[in-house]
Design a protein around this ligand. Structure first.
Ligand code: KIV
Length: 284
C-alpha cells in the first residue's frame, strides 16, 4: 500500500482488483479516505450538495473546485487525486476546457480531471488528454444534465438509450480516458459497457459488474441528515454521533462540569500572591 497511485496504474487495473474510490472535499476527509485505503479520491462537484447546501451541482464553479481540490491535495494522499470539472467548464470549447483542467492541476494540485458526458465531449476530452492531463469520463445519470434529462432518473433502460451509452463509452475510450464512471444505469448495461471497453469502469448506482465502486463521503459515513439514494450503503452515523457529542459538550457547559481544573491554565502561585497583595483581585 505504499506506491503513489497514478492514472496509468488505475488504467492497468482493468479486470483486476476492484478500484476503491470515494469523494473528499477538504484535508481531513482526504486523510481519512487515504488512511482507509482509497485508490482514488474524487473532489466531486457533489461539493455543491453535501458541503455547500445547494440543490444541484450546477451551482459550483471553477474557483470553488480549485479551492477544495487544493485542500485535498494538501493531504498528500497516496490515492490518485481527481478534480471534477464543474458545470459549463468543459462545454464551450476544447481550448477553454484545457485552460480549466489546467487550473485544477496547477492551482488545485489534481493529478487527473473528470468530466461528464459522452460523444459530445470527445473533442474536449481529446484536447485535455493532448495537454498531458489524464481524463476520467462519466456517463449515465450525469447530475450536471439534470434539467436536460428531466430529473435524476436512471439512464439506459430503453434499447435506444442503452445503445447510446454503449456508444458513449466506446467514444470516450477512443478519445483517451483512463477510466469511466458509470452512474445510475441498470446493472446489466453496466456489465455490458464494462465488457465492451478496455478501461476500468467505476460504478455508482450501477451494480456489481464493474471494475470499481465510488460513493460520496458524506453518504457512506452518514455525515448528513438528508435522504440517501437506494444504491448507498451507510457504514457509519457521523451526523448522529456529532449531534450527541456536541450535546454532551453543551450539557457540561450548562452544568459547569466543563472545563475542569485540568482543562484550565493555572497561574503561578507567586504571581497570584503578588496580585492579591496589590489588591489586583479587586481590579485596583
Ligand atoms: O461529484 C461527485 O461526487 C461525482 C461522483 C459521485 C461520481 O461525480
Amino acid at each position: 500500500m505504499s506506491d503513489k497511485v497514478t492514472a496509468p496504474m488505475v488504467r492497468a487495473r482493468k479486470g483486476g482488483a476492484k478500484l476503491k474510490m470515494v469523494t473528499a472535499y477538504d484535508t481531513p476527509s482526504a486523510r481519512i479516505a487515504d488512511r482507509a485505503g482509497a485508490d482514488i479520491i474524487l473532489v466531486g462537484d457533489s461539493l455543491a450538495n453535501v458541503v455547500l447546501g445547494f440543490e444541484t451541482t450546477l451551482r459550483v464553479g471553477m474557483d470553488e473546485m480549485v479551492h477544495h481540490t487544493a485542500a485535498v491535495s494538501r493531504a498528500a494522499p497516496r490515492a490518485l487525486v481527481v478534480g471534477d470539472m464543474p458545470f459549463l467548464s468543459f462545454a464551450v470549447s476544447p481550448e477553454e476546457t484545457v485552460r480549466h483542467a489546467g487550473r485544477l492541476m496547477r492551482e488545485g494540485g489534481a493529478e487527473a480531471v473528470k468530466l461528464e458526458g459522452g460523444r459530445k465531449r470527445v473533442p474536449m476530452v481529446e484536447a485535455v488528454v493532448n495537454a498531458e492531463i489524464p481524463v476520467m469520463g462519466h456517463i449515465g445519470l450525469t447530475p450536471q444534465s439534470v434539467h436536460a434529462l428531466g430529473g435524476f432518473r436512471v439512464q439506459g433502460k430503453e434499447p435506444e438509450t442503452a445503445r447510446g451509452l454503449l456508444a458513449d463509452a466506446r467514444a470516450l475510450e477512443a478519445a483517451g480516458v483512463f477510466a469511466l464512471v458509470l452512474e445510475g444505469v441498470p446493472d446489466t448495461l453496466a456489465g455490458m459497457i464494462t465488457a465492451a471497453v478496455t478501461v476500468p469502469t467505476i460504478g455508482i448506482g450501477a451494480g456489481a459488474a464493474v471494475d470499481g465502486q465510488v460513493l460520496v463521503f458524506h453518504d457512506v459515513l452518514g455525515y448528513h441528515d438528508g435522504r440517501l439514494p437506494k444504491f448507498v450503503r451507510r457504514y457509519a452515523h457521523l451526523f448522529d454521533d456529532a449531534v450527541a457529542a456536541l450535546g454532551a459538550f453543551f450539557g457540561d457547559v450548562e452544568s459547569g462540569a466543563f472545563p475542569s481544573a485540568e482543562e484550565a491554565y493555572a497561574m503561578p502561585a507567586e504571581t497570584a500572591r503578588s496580585l492579591l497583595e496589590e489588591g489586583g483581585a479587586s481590579g485596583g
